[in-house]
Ligand binder design. Structure first.
Ligand code: PMP
Length: 420
């Protein structure tokens, strides 16, 4: 007799394509705050939060209640057909929460990739230019523009070309790989000389902390220099805060750490705590450049997701999750330092967005150690995610609402998995 998980695994193999890669070997039945239970009743501590989606935990009562109330009112009218006030209210709150006191506007979509697609559309419409500059190691989604912007060939874009043209990549700084901010800026200047003049560039897109790319923190001086270059050449600076947003880094948005105000911000994931919702917020003059009818989507700004997002913002505020992120990050860094795994080459991040990078003694990336710690942790009941160019980085994304006791229990499992 095989168990329910195994049965589902066999059916999944037959019914679902290989292209969907899956981390866990169990099938979820229930979740609450920072815990998951599988179809066989086994319980897991969740240090993944659905890839940075559940900053406010799974099924926070306040968010569940908001979704229920909306469910009883209406679930869909299409904002473009019969609009609803909650969308307007959320836009107002996002306009207020994002960096900068200038006039802003916000449009909602459904996925992170869609937010990036639309940010590029808006930047192109506003500037009348076509070029877009992104970074090596970046991840911006699996749609065509998302793939084009993403700075990693395998597995995201190797089999799917041709991709949209006029997208260029420059190196993201990395102390471990000897790439300095000066190197990055030199590459940008070279790009302006060799490939595209700055007057043809519509936008520069950057994650203030690269998510899938390995939790690489953009040095503040890079973000400040990009701001200056963008101002000098009329280029739109887009901060992709899909993974970094909503208190994860100890600020509402990670770019606040650098004191830089971007022209556009893309957001998704923890915006709606598990409901599919994304957004682009930015300078009102830019946001208004796209012609009437050119932005939106049937499900864009779904009312259930909007109701969840309004409750998410309340929870972040009332439960002081911004300060909590800093405290959790400090505790995690301490635990990682204390365990001192010999292959950890660097512990880095901002706030609770922390990762450990594994390297071999000769300095080469060590994905095997990261994978074996991840596997061992899963056997012991802890869900971990990897990231980085070679999958050699373990990232920590527990809900910011995780109780101290549960965090300690998870860290104890991590310690066991690292010493195995
Ligand atoms: N941008 C960033 C920074 C992301 O981390 C992701 C998802 N990991 C995306 C965009 C794409 O979001 P989605 O998967 O919702 O399309």
């Amino acid at each position: 007799m095989t168990g329910l998980n195994q049965q589902l695994q066999a059916r999944k193999q037959a019914a679902i394509p290989n292209g969907i890669g899956i981390t866990c070997d169990f099938y979820a039945e229930r979740a609450l705050n920072a815990e998951l239970w599988d179809v066989e009743g086994r319980r897991y501590i969740d240090f993944a939060a659905g890839i940075a989606v559940a900053n406010t935990g799974h099924r926070h009562p306040r968010i569940v209640q908001a979704i229920r109330a909306q469910l009883d009112a209406f679930t869909h009218t299409a904002f473009q057909v019969a609009p609803y006030g909650s969308y307007v209210e959320l836009a107002e709150r996002i306009n207020h929460l994002t960096p900068g006191s200038h006039p802003k506007k916000t449009a909602f979509f459904t996925t992170g990739a869609e937010a990036l697609e639309n940010a590029i559309k808006i930047a192109r419409a506003a500037t009348g230019r076509t070029g877009v500059i992104a970074f090596s190691g970046a991840f911006h989604g699996r749609t065509f523009m998302g793939m084009a912007l993403t700075g990693k060939v395998a597995p995201y874009k190797q089999d799917f070309g041709p991709l949209p043209a006029e997208v260029y990549h420059i190196p993201f700084p990395s102390a471990l790989d000897g790439v300095t901010v000066q190197d990055t800026l030199k590459a940008l200047d070279l790009l302006f000389k060799a490939d595209i003049p700055p007057q043809r560039v519509a936008a520069i897109v950057i994650e203030p902390v690269q998510g899938e790319g390995g939790f690489n923190v953009a040095p503040p001086e890079l973000l400040q220099a990009l701001r200056e270059r963008c101002d000098a050449h009329g280029i739109v600076l887009i901060a992709d805060e899909v993974q970094t947003g909503f208190a994860r880094t100890g600020r509402m948005f990670a770019i606040e750490h650098a004191g830089v105000t971007p022209d556009l911000i893309t957001m998704a994931k923890s915006l709606a705590g598990g409901m599919p919702l994304s957004g682009v917020c930015g300078r009102a003059d830019l946001m208004d450049a796209a012609p009437r009818g050119s932005l939106g989507g049937t499900y864009a700004g779904n009312p259930l997701a909007i109701a969840a997002a309004l409750a998410v913002l309340d929870v972040i505020d009332e439960e002081h999750l911004i300060a909590r992120a800093d405290a959790l990050g400090t505790r995690l860094r301490h635990a990682l330092t204390e365990h001192a795994h010999p292959r950890i080459a660097e512990i880095r991040g901002l706030g609770a967005m922390v990762a450990a990078e594994f390297r071999l003694p000769d300095g080469q990336p060590d994905p095997d150690t990261a994978a074996s710690i991840q596997r061992r942790a899963l056997e012991l009941g802890l869900v971990l995610l990897t990231c980085g160019a070679y999958g050699h980085v373990i990232r920590f994304l527990f809900p910011l609402t995780i109780p101290d006791g549960l965090l300690e229990e998870g860290l104890a499992i991590l310690k066991k998995a690292m010493s195995a």
